[in-house]
Design a protein around this ligand. Sequence first.
Ligand code: DX5
Ligand code: ZN
Length: 218
Amino acid sequence: MKKNTVLVGASILSEDFFDIQKTLKKVNSSDLDFVHLDVMDGVFVPNISFGPAFVKNIRPYSDKFFDVHLMVKNPLPYIERFVQAGADLISVHAEAKNSRKCLNLIKQSGVKCGIVVNPKTKAGAVKKYLSVVDCVMVMTVEPGFGGQKFMEDQLSKISKISDMIKKSGCQIRLEVDGGVNFDTEKLALKSGADTFVVGSFLFKQKNFNATVKKLKLG
Ligand code: DX5
Ligand code: ZN
C-alpha cells in the first residue's frame, strides 16, 4: 500500500454472505483498493462472523487486496490458516493475546501486518509495534457490528498516532474502521488518517462506484 494517497476498502460484514459472489462482483468492478474481512470469534467481541475457510473460498473470486481484521481473543493458532487462505494483510488487536508473536509470525509468512486499537485503548499502546507493522488501525466504533455511529472522540487518538508514525520515519498506513461516511472521512483525514474501511454507508448507496471515487478523493 502506497503512502499519502487515500485508500478505501469495503467491509462486507453487513452484506448477505449467501450472495457473496454478487457483492464481490460489485467490489471487483469498482475502484476500491481492498476488501476488508471482519473475523469475529464471539469472545473478543459479542458477535461471530467467519473464519479462514470463508476467506479461502472467496479468494478466487476477487483480485483485490484482502485486509483481514481479526477480532479474536487468541489469534496466534489461526494466523497460518489465514495466510494460507490468501490474506494480503492481517491485523490483530493490541488488546488480544500474544499480539507481538502474531505480528512476527504474519511478517515471517510474507504477509503485511497491522495492529488495531479499540476505542478505550490509548494511542501509546501502538508505539512498541511501529517498527514491525505496515498499518495501524483505529476503531472508531466498539468492534462487533457494522452500521454504528463514528466516535468523534477518537480523532485526537488518530492525531497522536499520526504524529508517532511521522516521528518513527516508518512507512505505515493509518487506517480507520467504523462509521465512515463522507463527513467522518474528512474529520479523520484532517487528523492524519489515510486509509478507510467503509461498510454500511457504501453498500446502501445507489451509485456504488461514484461513492468509492468520492471517498478516494478525500
Ligand atoms: C466493526 C468492524 C467494521 C465494520 C465497518 O466491528 O470491524 O469493519 O464492519 O462497518 P461500518 O462502516 O458499517 O461501520
Ligand atoms: Zn473491521
